[in-house]
Every structure is written in C-alpha cells, then in structure tokens.
Design a protein around this ligand. Structure first.
Ligand SMILES: [Zn+2]
Length: 247
C-alpha cells in the first residue's frame, strides 16, 4: 500500500446527479457507481492499481471494483460520494466486505500514509499501529498465496537483478567501455522504476530493494566512481518515500 492523492471528482457527479443516483440505488439496489468516468478517474489516481494491495487492475480492468470505504449497505447516502470511493481488486473489496470503518478504523491510502502504520518482515506486513494491524486483517494483506508469495517472488527477482548489476559494474571496471557503463545504468534505472508509485507492488519492491545491503553497497561504489547520475538519485528519492520499515 502506498499513499495516494485523490483525483478531481468526475464532472458528471453534480449534486443533482448524486441525489438521483442515491435514489436509484435505494429503490433498485443497482450498482450506480459503476460508471466509466468514476472508474477511469479512480484508476488514474491509483496508477491503475488496487489502492490496498497494489495489484494491477488495468491488465483485466473488468476485475476492478469501486470500493466503498464506508460500506454501501450501512451508508446508502454515500454510494457515490467521491471521497468514499476507492479503486480495489475483487479480493480486497470482498475481504473488507461490510466492515465498519467508523467503529473499527482501517487505513485509507488517500488519507493516511501507510508508512506510518505498516512495516514488512519476511514478506509479511506487520502493523506498527492498531489501525495498521486492523488493516492487515480486514483487507487480507497477508494472504499467503496472493500476496506473501508474490512479495517473495519480487524479493527474489530484485536480489537477482542486483547481482546482475554488480556483474555489469565489474565488467565496466574491467573494460571502461561506454556500452558497459550504459548497460549498468539502464539496469539500475530498471530496478528503481519498479520502486516508483506507478509500478505494481511498489511498496514491497521499494522496501526489498532499498534494504538490500548489496544494493546499498553498489550505490556507494557507483557514487565514488562518479557513475551515480542525478536521474538515478531522483528515482532513488521517490523510492525512499514509498519504502516501508523492516520491523
Ligand atoms: Zn487488492
């Protein structure tokens, strides 16, 4: 989970339209929130990902669900309230279900920074606060098959890429060729791009990459050799803003 910024409300959601849709929902129970402008705007704000687990919702956008933070069953007047809507995958939405976020709060990534509430240890999320712990249980952030295993795969791939980066560094040191240098830098860029807000599972990837001692040593070495560019530094800074604590 990463901190998200809410996009502007879709233009068609005027107060008149909102009233009309609420009435329609109350009368027929139909999914009045399933409008393309709502889905599109939500997906834009979450970089096409589930706002809870960061899985990709664009690959098969039919699986994107409009999640009601305050659940629709108990809060029919908020079914199309823009601030109450989040883009979610079927699994997170289903796991949260009709949970009451008022009596039993969980994280809303549009309002709180998950870094203050969540940490990672052995590819499992850990709550640093009560709201963090409750979010893990309510949304299912430690679902073994779907998320913990995925985090392990990400960690393993990142470790491999960092090994390859070291090999490329040594190749460059042995031949000092521009091609070798560019191959090293493009791999570093690739690793850091996976740690940016737009990348799937960015919080996990940023955490595993930025806490890998092999990676940190490579950065230091490249800085000494003048190989660490401003572009890499910028990507690194953004990655740092997403990485969770290892606790
Ligand atoms: Zn999800």
């Amino acid at each position: 989970m990463i901190k998200l910024e809410r996009s502007p409300k879709p233009k068609f959601l005027t107060s008149e339209k909102v009233k009309e849709l609420i009435e329609e929902f109350k009368k027929s129970g139909s999914s009045v929130w399933n409008a393309d402008p709502i889905k599109k705007q939500l997906l834009t704000s979450s970089y096409g990902k589930c706002s809870y687990c960061e899985c990709d919702l664009t690959e098969e956008s039919k699986y994107m669900e409009v999640e009601h933070f305050e659940d629709k069953k108990h809060n029919p007047d908020k079914v199309v309230e823009w601030e109450n809507l989040l883009p979610s995958c079927k699994k997170c939405n289903g796991s949260k279900s009709t949970h009451n976020v008022i009596s039993d709060p969980i994280l809303n990534p549009y309002l709180q920074d998950p870094r203050e509430h969540l940490a990672i240890r052995l590819f499992r999320m850990r709550g640093l606060t009560q709201i963090g712990r409750d979010s893990i249980d309510v949304v299912g952030l430690n679902n073994q098959e779907r998320l913990v295993l995925k985090r392990f795969e990400i960690g393993s791939q990142a470790a491999d890429s960092i090994e390859v980066a070291w090999e490329r560094y040594r190749t460059f040191k042995s031949n000092e060729r521009t091609q070798s240098k560019n191959r090293l830098i493009s791999l570093l860029e690739g690793i850091l791009l996976e740690c940016q807000p737009s990348a799937i599972y960015a919080a996990t990837t940023a955490t595993v990459v930025l806490t890998d001692s092999n990676f940190l040593a490579l950065i230091d070495t490249m800085k000494i050799d003048g190989l660490w560019s401003e572009d890499l530094e910028d990507l690194h800074t953004i990655a740092q803003s997403l990485a969770l604590r290892c606790a």
